[in-house]
Design a protein around this ligand. Structure first.
Ligand code: GLU
Length: 476
């Protein structure tokens, strides 16, 4: 996919890291300590399937243990390799530091095409992979807590949690060994939508930043902005859906692995998603133009480009032709270091992956806390909050009628005000707060320092500073 003169994903992440540390004053040797990946465990295991033993290769990489547990997803894809897993683990370290999720960075991967196996086979493979990692404490609520990533979801996380419980029957916190579980198996509401929701909140934060918008040559609100999204998986689907249904954006392009849909009037994200679920392809979708060369649309005219699929899709071969003034990296590493430089020179603003897709790990953090506290968020406060609001409403209505003014509270206001926050509302509010706080910390560096001209460098500076502070506090 990438031209051969392109650095590897791992090197690309290191180059971006190096650009930022060159602007910092770290104690000698600390820069190297933070950059390197602490350990990568490779496992090869056999599973008896369809009458013969099949051997699988998986990885779990731990980038930094300045905070424990370490955190990061497990991906199932044929392209998984050590270099990729290490790059993704490094990004997890920076991501967690930036959004103040108290974890080090880790990532796992299994070299497999999940579409080739049925549910039962996938369960056998997942349980065996989990067994190999659990017995070496590479899955453990206090040390290493995986989550979903590309090719995995709630179902795999439930199998992993169950496998851990079978092997650790007396661990009262066992369910916290993995996040992204279904809600009926210790999960939290809002986790599945979290990464896409985080992309929406990140864009809302950006559109509140007048200086940032000016740098991108954009104006006004999100309403009416033209969006192209690449990848209608969990992240891309939720981001595109929320932006179009709640913020008034027009999704004018959707790129999938087998082509792209283009419609200046705006695509119906749910209808496209359902079409793909039913037919396994976007080809033939009736109400838009379908172009076979999907990647070409990455260069299409729009206000916001959302690469939400693979790494390295914007690279030396196409960066120059990318027209979007604003790119938000919903995927990890979609822009290579070389492309990043070209785009920076062109004045394209990039909201970097370590911030843009941090919604997933943020809500994973909430789930982990919920599991350790053994109680659903809001359970103690909700009724009490509703009772207090009812008091205010009753008093206002009494005053209005006693004084003869006759004001009426609108039914809509009453309904919203009287409803106490449940778990989903609290999760969304915590995520929104996290995304705006992290945006402000990046923007302060981006706008405040003459030697920083992009958000990615600003994000690295904020996050490396936090990792360095943890190492210093440990006396290292
Ligand atoms: N796989 C997601 C990521 O890359 C989520 C990780 C997590 O929740 O631990 O950020």
């Amino acid at each position: 996919m990438n031209p051969s003169n392109e650095p590897s994903f791992r090197d690309s992440v290191d180059m971006m890291f190096n650009r930022a540390v060159a602007l910092m004053d770290l104690p000698p040797g600390l820069e190297e300590k933070i950059r390197v990946c602490n350990a990568t465990y490779t496992v090869r295991f056999g599973v008896r399937l369809r009458g013969k033993i099949q051997t699988f290769t998986g990885y779990r990489s731990v980038h930094s243990e300045h905070m424990e547990p370490v955190k990061g997803g497990i991906r199932y894809a044929m392209a998984v390799n050590q270099n990729e897993v290490e790059a993704l683990a490094a990004l997890m370290t920076y991501k967690c530091a930036l959004v103040e999720a108290p974890f080090g960075g880790s990532k796992g991967g299994l070299c497999i095409d999940p579409r080739e196996y049925d549910d039962h086979e996938l369960e056998l493979i997942t349980r065996r992979f989990a067994y190999e990692l659990i017995k070496r404490d590479m899955i453990n609520p206090a040390q290493n807590v995986p989550a979903p990533d590309m090719g995995t979801g709630e179902r795999e996380m439930a199998w992993i949690a169950d496998q851990y419980k079978r092997m650790n029957t007396t661990d009262i916190n066992g369910v916290a060994c993995v996040t992204g579980k279904p809600t009926n198996a210790g999960g939290i509401q809002g986790r599945t939508e979290a990464t896409g929701r985080g992309v929406q909140y990140a864009l809302r934060a950006f559109f509140r930043d007048e200086q940032g918008k000016k740098k991108a040559g954009l104006e006004g609100k999100l309403d009416g902005k033209r969006v192209i999204v690449q990848g209608l998986g969990n992240v891309g689907y939720h981001a595109a859906k929320f932006l179009s249904q709640e913020d008034g954006c027009k999704v004018v392009g959707i790129i999938e692995r087998d082509g792209a849909l283009h419609d200046e009037a705006g695509l119906d994200v749910d209808a496209v998603y359902q079409w793909i679920a039913k037919h396994g392809t976007i080809t033939g979708y009736p109400s838009a133009n379908c172009e076979a060369d999907g990647a070409k649309l990455l260069e299409g005219e729009c206000d916001i480009l959302i690469p939400a699929a693979l790494e390295g899709v914007i690279n030396l071969s196409n960066a120059e032709r990318v027209q979007a003034p604003l790119i938000i990296e919903a995927a990890n590493g979609p822009v290579t270091a070389g492309a990043d430089e070209i785009l920076r020179k062109k004045g394209t603003v990039i909201i970097p992956d370590m911030y843009a897709n941090a919604g997933g790990v943020t809500v994973s953090y909430f789930e982990w806390v919920k599991n350790l506290s053994h109680i659903r968020f809001g359970r103690m406060q909700r009724r009490q909050e509703e009772a207090r609001h009812q008091l205010v409403v009753d008093e206002l209505e009494r005053l209005s009628s006693d004084s003869g003014i006759g004001w009426q509270l609108s039914p809509n206001f009453k309904e919203q005000y009287l409803r106490g926050a449940g778990e989903l509302e609290l999760v969304r509010s915590g995520l929104d707060d996290t995304m705006s706080t992290a945006y402000d910390s990046m923007a302060a560096v981006w706008h405040g320092r003459d030697d920083v001209d992009d958000l990615r460098t600003a994000a690295y500076l904020v996050s490396i500073d936090k990792v360095a502070a943890s190492y210093r506090a440990k006396g290292l």
